[in-house]
Design a protein around this ligand. Structure first.
Ligand code: SF4
Length: 184
């Protein structure tokens, strides 16, 4: 991906990971991007009452090239999906995606041909936030959990090992079709 991937493993890399993770998690710039009712809660989160500025991310960027966090706030229509993907592709690496609300995460109650049944069909999602709509406190909680992910993100050869481990865990996880929920 870049010079990061060429870094050798060892004590030095562990230290670089810690420093890079600290600065990255403390300086998220979200893309200005709202799709439906969840976006109202996202906008509220940026207001003075909830004060996202505390976490260094009050600046929602109008250009995807200046953003490293995509908050997918609302249902994704089939027509919007390629646009969303294009915005994601234009964001600079490293970048993260937060699926906000049940519609973005799984299609929610819109189980029909017009709505993408989970934005993970279009872009890789780092964290899912349940709720309809999730309250601003829930969004901030998800952002803080994402901070933890970013802080512990590996670099260089350690990153390749981490990706392999996560892929292994995903392959051995119980398929959602076999999960038992309230409706089964
Ligand atoms: S999860 Fe609820 S609030 Fe959010 S977009 Fe869907 S219907 Fe709207």
């Amino acid at each position: 991906m870049g010079i990061e991937e060429k870094l050798p493993s060892g004590v030095l890399l562990t230290t670089v990971e810690g420093v890079a993770g600290y600065f990255r998690q403390a300086s998220f710039w979200p893309a200005t991007f709202g799709l439906a009712c969840c976006a109202i809660e996202m906008m509220t989160t940026g207001g003075p009452k909830y004060d996202l500025a505390r976490f260094g991310m009050e600046v929602f960027r109008a250009s995807p090239r200046q953003a490293d966090l995509m908050i997918v706030a609302g249902r994704v229509s089939q027509k919007m999906a390629p646009v969303l993907r294009q915005i994601y592709d234009q964001m600079a690496e490293p970048k993260w995606v937060l699926a906000m609300g049940v519609c973005a995460s799984s299609g929610g109650m819109f189980n029909n041909y017009a709505i993408v049944q989970g934005v993970d069909h279009v872009v890789p999602v780092d964290i899912y936030l349940p709720g309809c709509p999730p309250r601003p406190e829930m969004l901030m909680d998800a952002i803080l959990k994402l901070h933890d992910q970013v802080q512990t993100r590996k670099l260089g050869s350690n990153r390749l090992e981490q990706i392999a481990e996560r892929e292994e865990a995903a392959l051995s996880a119980l398929p959602t079709s076999e999960m038992k929920g309230l409706l089964r």
